[in-house]
Design a protein around this ligand. Structure first.
Ligand code: AMP
Length: 115
């Protein structure tokens, strides 16, 4: 755990968030600045800075992010309508929190590409 990392704190239960899903590897909570009716962040509980720092030992947790996304989409009632999964990496993608996270965005038709 990185003590200065807000997503580590949320995953450890040391900072508040609107949790929607948790298992032994990942935590998911609502984004504080939602860009669509459903906007959830799914994060590894263990600190990984970004995809650039992910290694072979992270393979299982990276897969778990996708499986959690599918479960949460069903839970939120947006699986059939559809949704988008986004993982921003570094400046050109606009990454602002340096703890790897997957955005789950849906609940309305989405424009593509964005930005
Ligand atoms: P990114 O630009 O991909 O790094 O996305 C970071 C996201 O984290 C943004 O959409 C923020 O609104 C969101 N965010 C930052 N701090 C929190 C927090 N404490 N709780 C929930 N969402 C947060």
């Amino acid at each position: 755990m990185e003590s200065a990392c807000i997503f580590c704190k949320i995953a450890a239960g040391e900072a508040s968030a609107a949790l929607v899903y948790q298992d032994e590897q990942v935590t998911a909570f609502r984004d504080i600045h939602p860009v669509a009716p459903t906007h959830i962040l799914i994060v590894p509980r263990r600190h990984i800075v970004s995809v650039n720092q992910a290694s072979a030992e992270d393979e299982a947790v990276l897969g778990r992010l996708f499986l959690a996304a599918g479960k949460i989409a069903a839970q939120e009632g947006i699986a059939l309508g559809g949704y988008r999964l986004i993982v921003n990496t570094n400046a050109h993608a606009g990454q602002t929190v340096f703890h790897l996270h997957m955005h789950l965005i849906g609940g309305q038709p989405l424009r593509y590409p964005m930005g």
